[in-house]
Design a protein around this ligand. Structure first.
Ligand SMILES: [Zn+2]
Length: 199
């Protein structure tokens, strides 16, 4: 089992403490899922530097060599998910008439509609999930359309660390494996983000 102290910090020699209070956003009451991301940056240091300034961020960061940093307390929310896609559309289980209504909605309206549902009827959100970032760029950098870039392959060392961390978090929080998602599944994002991540 993972050892997590009362401040929400993992107590394990594999985890390097690098918490940035600037990305923490109030209490995370209950973890119901995990969202896996890629940073778009070249190194962990670049992301750690950005996190110290604030803004969006996740709870963990995995360097290409598998080094694991904890960047936020698992008792605090961070902004890593964005507007939710409709889970019932992806899983073919919308209520009668709901699919048609969802297709007419703007992303903001769809997010509001989804957030009225409990997990697992909807995807996990910022308010109930842990975010894990894997260092990796979307290439080529000179492609102006972000959706036409392709994220770098996740390394074997990253996937090994990711497996260990996901397994530990699922056990600790009592979350089923079905509630771990790549970011583009949950939100409108470049579809190659974390595509090669394995857990
Ligand atoms: Zn992401």
């Amino acid at each position: 089992m993972l050892q997590i102290n009362d401040k929400g910090q993992l107590q394990d020699p594999r985890v390097r403490p690098a918490i940035s209070p600037a990305i923490e956003r109030g209490r995370l009451e209950r973890v119901q899922g995990i969202v896996v991301h890629q940073t778009g940056g070249p190194t962990a240091e670049a992301t750690l530097r950005a996190y110290r300034r604030g803004g969006n961020g996740a709870h963990f960061l995995i360097e290409k060599d598998g080094t694991l940093y904890q960047t936020a307390s698992v008792h605090k929310r961070t902004q890593h998910v964005g507007k939710l896609r409709a889970r019932c559309l992806a899983e073919n289980r919308c209520a009668p008439g709901e699919a048609e209504a969802l297709r007419e909605m703007t992303p903001t309206e769809r997010n509001r509609h989804e957030m009225r549902k409990p997990v697992p009827e909807r995807y996990p959100s910022n308010g109930d999930s842990v975010g894990i970032e894997l260092v990796g760029q979307a290439l080529p950098l000179d492609e102006p359309d972000p959706d036409r870039r392709t994220y770098e392959r996740v390394t074997e060392a990253q996937n090994a660390t990711l497996k260990w961390l996901v397994q530990g978090l699922l056990l600790h929080f009592g979350v089923p494996r079905s509630e771990v998602f790549r970011h583009p599944v949950v939100s409108q994002k470049n579809v190659t983000e974390a595509e090669t991540a394995q857990w």
